[in-house]
Design a protein around this ligand. Structure first.
Ligand code: MG
Ligand code: MG
Length: 248
């Protein structure tokens, strides 16, 4: 069921989203060669709790950590570990925070030191693909318009679009209806209405779109071993467009 949020709910979703944004800003200077993904996880959890919120992902369907940390060829749902970041890595950090029962969800991909031209290209165009999708959001457009814009942009830049994982509604649950795929046909799918809150999150691969899941039942990697990037914002549909909730 797709719900329309009340102004009071949108206020709480804004606070939750802003905590997620601040957690990203807090972590950014720590994303450097030598730190472990577990150390980043600890910093994030302490920060989220210091804001009066709780980590949305910890314990969600059994996920063991606050952050999803997905390095290089890992697409999403990487589990923080003793892996030490190396110069030249890229790391996608996905953060969810829950404030007074309402969630925010945002992922960003960061460069560790000096990265290759190919990784720079992947990061730049995955972020742009997110904003291509967001630009479609206004009442009267449909969910399919978002995915169509992302897929069209990704294909024009020769990037593989992961299909098995999709964006989603956000509210009192971190994953709600509707699904928001990163592909699709313009003019199809649920109608966007003022007060809907959704997370848009393209996951694009430098190579093919094919992925597989590791034996830990969480981490998803690209099949060809090439890098993947992930950019996500939670937004509210407004009267004439959208507003980012996981921003400043
Ligand atoms: Mg996320
Ligand atoms: Mg999400």
């Amino acid at each position: 069921m797709i719900t329309i949020k009340s102004p009071r709910e949108i206020e709480l979703l804004k606070i939750a989203g802003n905590i997620v944004y601040k957690t990203h800003q807090y972590l950014k200077p720590y994303v450097k060669e030598g730190i472990t993904t577990k150390e980043l996880d600890r910093l994030a959890e302490d920060f989220i709790r210091s804001q009066g919120a709780t980590p949305s992902f910890k314990g969600y369907e059994g996920f063991p950590a606050t952050l999803c940390t997905s390095v290089n060829n890992e697409v999403v749902h990487g589990i923080p570990s003793n892996y030490r970041l190396k110069n030249g890595d890229i790391i996608s950090i996905d953060i969810g925070a829950c404030y007074k029962g309402y969630h925010g969800d945002s992922a960003w991909t960061y460069a560790v030191g000096d990265i290759s031209k190919e990784k720079q290209y992947l990061m730049e165009h995955t972020e742009k693909a997110l904003f291509e999708g967001l630009a479609q959001i206004k009442p009267g457009n449909r969910i399919g318009d978002i995915g169509h814009a992302i897929e069209t942009y990704a294909k024009a830049h020769n990037l593989g679009v992961v299909r098995e994982l999709v964006g989603h509604g956000v509210g009192t649950s971190v994953h709600e209806d509707p699904e928001v795929p990163n592909y699709g046909k313009a003019g199809t799918g649920p109608l966007l209405r003022e007060g809907m809150v959704i997370a848009v999150e393209p996951m694009l691969n430098l190579g093919s779109k094919e992925i597989y899941i590791l034996d830990n039942d969480w981490t998803i990697e690209t099949e060809d071993g090439l890098p993947s990037a992930h950019f996500e914002h939670t937004v509210v549909v407004t009267k004439d467009g959208y507003q980012i909730l996981t921003g400043a």
